[in-house]
Design a protein around this ligand. Structure first.
Ligand code: MN
Length: 261
């Protein structure tokens, strides 16, 4: 590496703080909220640790655990084969490594969601944002900031369900179709338990973000946090799902590189 090589510049910028690393990942524990589907469907597992040894009879000098988890537990990556519309497309281990590092844009709907937890992003919201900032990035992430990660301390608050089901924000069906089929984004990242709105089971099609995005070979990232620390444009995201062979998704460490002035 010469001093001016791109990686040298990056290493220097990380060392002097002019590029900051922002962790977008929610901590993974038994308390991490998980999605709850209507009772007729199969349910995902919470994250759980099972201690193997802790400097004791079972292993005098070492501490380690087994863990169990759903693929879609905590901050995680949705692969195209997660949905029937993408069933012949990539599993999570087949997603090219090259696509795991990509630019991101952040659209902020915190104020709207504060007033209405069922808020849905529409095509016009995104077009207005593009007119003010930039076109959505080819091969980059569309992150929808809603402030919802503030509720992630509690399963109940995070799912926000009543007798009519969960109330959490998302995209309208038409907007989901447009993002998936008429833009060139890599995928959609959200703060909520899944990429779809809480009410999306009743949409046409049901779960439109999953249906359209997975069917268009796009990806999902969920339960992101710290999106308030990203600029609207200009960050670079590294999303590292576990390469579960034939898996439909996986818990992921998601980091963003952000330039500081
Ligand atoms: Mn998922």
């Amino acid at each position: 590496m010469t001093e001016s090589s791109p990686l040298s510049v990056l290493v220097g910028a990380l060392a002097d703080g002019s590029v900051e690393v922002v962790d977008l990942t929610s901590p993974l524990s038994a308390a991490t909220p998980v999605i709850q589907l209507p009772p007729e469907f199969g349910q995902t597992a919470r994250f759980e640790l099972e201690e193997i040894s802790r400097y004791d009879d079972r292993g005098p000098a070492w501490y380690w655990n087994n863990f169990t988890s759903g693929e879609h537990t905590g901050t995680h990556f949705d692969a195209p084969n997660h949905w029937v519309t993408g069933k012949d497309l990539a599993d999570v281990a087949s997603v090219p490594a090259r696509r795991l590092i990509a630019p991101a844009v952040v659209l902020d709907f915190t104020a709207e969601v504060e007033k209405n937890p069922d808020f849905l992003v529409e095509i016009d919201h995104i077009k207005a944002w593009e007119a003010e900032h930039a076109p959505l990035p080819d091969g980059g992430w569309l992150f929808v900031r809603t402030g919802w990660s503030a509720h992630s301390h509690s399963q109940e608050a995070f799912l926000n369900a009543d007798e009519n089901g969960p109330h959490t924000p998302g995209l309208s069906p038409e907007c989901a179709r447009w993002v998936a089929q008429e833009t060139h984004v890599l995928g959609l990242g959200v703060e909520t338990v899944g990429t779809d709105a809480g009410k999306a089971n009743s949409f046409d099609p049901p779960f439109p973000c999953h249906s359209y995005l997975m069917g268009s070979d796009k990806y999902g990232l969920t339960q992101l946090q710290n999106l308030d620390r990203l600029p609207p444009t200009g960050s670079v995201v590294i999303a590292g799902p576990l390469p579960i062979v034939s898996g439909s998704g996986a818990p992921a460490r998601v980091l963003a590189l952000v330039e500081r002035q």
